[in-house]
Ligand binder design. Structure first.
Ligand code: BDR
Ligand code: CA
Length: 320
């Protein structure tokens, strides 16, 4: 089908805001190519109560109404919880002043909400976009295995074909719950890994930050303040000159696969390695075999990514 004639992509954003998760949420809300069906949260960057509150604060800043928000898993499937205050601060969203949430949480557990949404919609119409640990998604696949065939695809921020950030070979979202990640990568649905290979190129350069500040709306000023804090922790903790804005890359791939380009390859998750726990092992020795349903994003169009984010912020405007 001609993609330009198709309607917006229906997504569920499963996140742990988190500075880059917050920007991913704004991108999903502001993009005319996305229909945001629900926002669910999972412990990761900070504890579940903190990331849930952060998601609701972002919703208020963006003037979001009518989208259900639900809290999910408060810890990984089997391992003790590991948080990321060195990157996201004690609140999980340090930097800007956060408004009190104004919308009420959906009473359902995130896993139930994800299952309900997938079963309520046409088979093949809902894309899951996890930008945190894969705990909720793995639980949903286990609790209601029918969703595996009904989901259109899973486009996740996590992993890397090469390298890591939380260990030499593992990325944070995968290594904090590797068993959940293994379930998601091996479930049999279409999985696109938008990992560090591209997200480490998604830098919020000075030029990008100035462009966002020039929009001069409350949500854009909020993003500017997020990027100030994110820039300072990424400089101190990981030596980056400009912060890599990971999570919006997954949303951008759903909006336009030409902006974040992926290649089919078999990918599995290491759950038993002493030094390699949480590594996403991608087999690039030969072309992907017929029937391979995993892909990795390898190329990013930096200018177009930030065009999408700026455009979304302009469309959101000043909700007041
Ligand atoms: C991932 O880890 C989190 O800190 C970010 O929000 C992103 O999802 C990057 O490794
Ligand atoms: Ca995240």
């Amino acid at each position: 089908m001609d993609e330009t004639l198709a309607g917006p992509e229906k997504i569920v954003l499963d996140c742990d805001p988190g500075h880059d998760d917050a920007i991913a949420l704004l991108l999903a809300h502001g993009s005319p190519r996305i229909e945001l069906l629900a926002v669910t949260t999972v412990a990761g960057n900070q504890t579940l109560p903190k990331v849930m509150r952060n998601a609701l604060s972002v919703a208020r800043i963006a003037g979001m109404t009518g989208v259900p928000f639900a809290a999910g898993a408060d810890r990984p499937l089997v391992r003790p919880i590991r948080l990321a205050p060195s990157i996201h601060g004690e609140s999980g969203l340090d930097g800007p002043q956060l408004p009190e949430p104004s919308i009420r949480l959906d009473p359902r557990h995130a896993v139930d909400l994800i299952i309900d949404i997938v079963l309520e919609h046409e088979p093949g119409s809902v894309t899951l976009v996890p930008t945190g640990a894969l705990t909720n998604i793995a639980l949903a696949a286990r609790m209601e295995p029918r969703i595996v065939d009904r989901v259109k695809r899973v486009v996740l921020m996590g992993g890397a074909v090469q390298g890591g950030n939380w260990s030499p070979v593992a990325e944070f979202n995968i290594v904090i719950d590797p068993e959940a990640a293994a379930i998601v990568f091996e479930a049999g649905w279409d999985v696109t890994m938008v990992g560090l290979d591209v997200t480490h190129q998604a830098l919020a350069t000075q030029e990008v930050v100035e462009r966002i500040r020039r929009i001069d709306t409350a949500p854009a000023r909020f993003v500017g303040e997020l990027l100030d804090f994110f820039g300072s922790t990424y400089r101190d903790a990981q030596g980056f000159e400009h912060p890599p804005v990971h999570d919006p890359c997954a949303v951008a791939h759903v909006i336009d696969p030409g902006v974040v380009r992926a290649t089919r390859m078999p990918i599995v998750v290491e759950t038993a390695g002493v030094h390699t726990l949480g590594m996403t092992v991608a087999d690039r020795r030969r072309p992907a075999p017929v029937g391979c349903r995993t892909s990795a994003a390898l190329e990013l169009d930096h200018a177009r990514l930030w065009d999408l984010i700026v455009d979304a912020l302009e469309r959101i405007g000043d909700p007041g």
